[in-house]
Design a protein around this ligand. Sequence first.
Ligand code: ATP
Ligand code: MG
Length: 511
Amino acid sequence: MQSEKKELARMENISIEFPGVKALDQVSFNVLEGEVHALVGENGAGKSTLIKVLMGVYTPSSGKLFVNGKEANYHTPAEAIAHGMGAVYQDITMATHLTVGENFFLGHLPTKGGRVDWNRIYKDAQATLDDLRIPIDARTPVRDLTIGQQEMVSIAKIIHQKANVLVFDEPTALLTNEEVEILFHLINDLKARGFGIIYISHRMEEIFELCDRVTILKNGLYIDTLNVADTNEQKLVQLMVGRSVDDMYGIEHTQPGEVMLEVNGLTGERFHDISFQVRRGEIFGMFGLIGAGRTEICRAIFGADPYTSGEVKIAGKPVHNKKPLDGINNSIAFLTEDRRKEGMCAVLSVERNVNLSSYPLISKHGLINLKKEAQRAIDYVERIRIKTPTIDYQCEHLSGGNQQKVVIARWMCCQSDIFIFDEPTVGVDVGAKVEIYKLIEDLLKQGKAIVLISSYLPEVMGLSDRLMVMYEGKQTGLIERSEFYNSEGKLNEEMVLGLASGIKAAEQEGA
Ligand SMILES: Nc1ncnc2c1ncn2[C@@H]1O[C@H](COP(=O)(O)OP(=O)(O)OP(=O)(O)O)[C@@H](O)[C@H]1O
Ligand SMILES: [Mg+2]
């Protein structure tokens, strides 16, 4: 019975304001021992801010915190940790040049006789890893680990710091399917051991697979807390975005036109002998596990990285893009995966960022048409609902998902013929995902050729006309939309996952 479970932490009527934004308005939230409590809401709803209050990063202007039933007055991250709070943020903050063990003790290395006690560091760290059945050696440098493994290490680290409330802020966004499974196992194990877990995600099916209760925030307001067993995806989405989303991937596919992009035998450092064609009005999906080489291929086509052999043709004409500007001039728009680093300029305003790649289109004789510049920003803020007080707001103050939307708007403004979307909806809320798919649908109608890289199988299968599957730099399958479904009319995810993990390819070779 849930009511008998002990309450580990409670936040009561928390309010906090940033210049121009009421990020949280009287929000209450609690977490019990042995439960996974989901926190959901649109981009900018206040989820990360609420967590940062719990973690001592922000001090609220009003409201109270309780830990184990007692009021707690803490105002720094160190004090929050001392109260048993631990968080795994999406952009994992670890010193990658140091070992796993060193990261466990960062800032407080134990000493013995005036020297750093390395034995203890590695023994302790290894014991925690072993206890959680995480198969990683504490002496491994963090840079040698995959993102998924780094995430496991951060979990072990906060448990080693004696956290009993664990917060996960969008932990699966950068993980492979396999890593997600391992993470879920670990979270279930921690739940069984009595930890209280707070789980933030934009992937609705994860909420239903993993969580016991769910709290919905909207525009900084508390909406409701429900038992997951008593609700469904439709109801949840309705509460989050205020309307229902019946068929997320239900876009209208058009009759493809002539070939826009052609790649023949392209070979580079991390991919080998890749050939495909993308026609106007077609979505060409690329699926593979993280590291399969999809981004590398697109970077080579665009001109961001070199390739060693093979050929790229655009509208039938051979081209060799040697720098990104060549790619842009050859009519390619490339929405990079790592937008916070490559995709936008955080200190500039929303308006500037939206226009960043296409000023020539709204300039004459070197003069920018300021009215058009503003109008574009206003249009996109409305269309994909970028949550910002004004178009002059600095992008660095936007929530993660809203920064993402700004980058999408930026590339939409370029009138390119070929659009490459690399993981366009990571960190984006359900409502905005649908808006982004609508933008893609519009591009299709305009006869653009679209390449969609996604590690999220329902998305890439839901949208693509054709799908290329990759494994370790090689093309393992090229599937038509009509072949996506099995004999029962259901999406045949197993087939695609098989190709992406090299199983099918190996079987065929052996046969
Ligand atoms: N340091 C800050 N300075 C100014 N405004 C901020 C700051 N941090 C957050 N905000 C604003 O507070 C609101 C809530 O942001 P928050 O990051 O909590 O949203 P979120 O629910 O985590 O969204 P997402 O799903 O996109 O991660 C947003 O409008 C955001 O722009
Ligand atoms: Mg957030």
